[in-house]
Design a protein around this ligand. Structure first.
Ligand SMILES: [Zn+2]
Length: 305
């Protein structure tokens, strides 16, 4: 039985999202595993993603899968299974390059290539994009115009936190509409909770794996109960794979990537018992409705800061 802490009131449906990439695609290994050697690496993403799909079936959860184009190109049957099981297919770009390290033209061809092959593999146009390592920052806001022009409807790449590689700490913590010259786009930020004047990430990735489970449980419950909003959770297939080959990434990189891999699947199962989850789509719809009722949910980026 679920011991959902919000079960007494109307249950909040949080968003589950998976960034579908292999262990060697992760930004921490940039420069250690060159792109030219990716095809020669032992690939584990299909097996790990099937495992996540099996777990989601078991808990009757539908998720959004932000698939790396490079993976979708090599494994279209995986994309088909994701779509046929009722999950949402979205884009994680093609080659996992940080947005702010690319030119506008290179970024455009990366997101266009990813979208074309994912649209083709799942049989419908994908709507969502999430940048590698949340790399839409004050330096790369131009990427939002490119996403709009390339037909993306929503983005989930702007994290309202301070971090060494990403984040716009002053950006809104709630979903909102970004109005740009090229048009508009719904932004669905990763979830944070406010504590001591800081926005603290509470829902996914390294924070889920490295910190004790109660942190995530407390954070999501806080967003659900105090703000009456869904949280946005994210995870990678390699995070439930303790047997993946070990790569050398320096001390901090090794800590971030390998810590608690053996525990993550059981934590995920606990999370799926404690809270309800669905795809990103309901948050996109809610954000559109929120803007229609209250123009304060539409923000003309860039901010002045
Ligand atoms: Zn990634």
């Amino acid at each position: 039985m679920s011991n959902n802490p919000t079960a007494q009131t109307k249950p909040v449906i949080n968003a589950m999202s998976i960034d579908v990439e292999d262990y060697f695609h992760v930004s921490v290994f940039d420069g250690i595993v060159p792109r030219s050697s990716w095809d020669g690496m032992e690939s584990r993403v299909v097996r790990n993603t099937h495992r996540l799909l099996d777990i989601f079936d078991e808990y009757e959860v539908r998720s959004t899968f932000f698939v790396l184009g490079w993976v979708g190109e090599r494994h279209p049957e995986l994309i088909k299974r994701i779509a046929e099981a009722g999950h949402e297919v979205a884009s994680h770009g093609y080659a996992h390059r940080l947005v702010y390290d690319q030119t506008r033209a290179a970024f455009r061809s990366d997101v266009r290539r990813a979208k074309a092959l994912l649209d083709d593999a799942c049989g419908r146009p994908v709507q969502g994009y999430r940048a590698p390592s949340y790399s839409i920052t004050p330096r790369s806001l131009w990427a939002l115009d490119v996403l709009i022009e390339e037909g993306y409807q929503y983005d989930s790449s702007i994290f309202p936190i301070r971090h060494d590689r990403y984040g716009i700490p002053v950006s809104d913590r709630r979903p909102y509409r970004i109005d740009r010259q090229a048009g508009s786009l719904i932004e669905i930020p990763g979830s944070t909770t406010q504590f001591g004047g800081l926005n603290l990430p509470v829902a996914g990735g390294g924070y889920f794996r490295i910190l004790p489970y109660w942190w995530t449980r407390w954070g999501i419950a806080r967003v659900n109960e105090q703000e009456h909003r869904p949280a946005v959770f994210y995870l990678h297939p390699w995070e439930i794979d303790p047997d993946q080959p070990r790569l050398d990434a320096g001390r901090l990189g090794r800590f971030r990537h390998y810590r608690n891999l053996h525990d993550t699947e059981s934590r995920l199962r606990q999370l799926l018992s404690d809270f309800r989850f669905g795809t990103m789509q309901s948050l996109v719809t809610e954000a559109r409705l929120a803007v229609a009722h209250d123009p304060r949910f539409a923000l003309p980026l860039p901010y002045s800061w």
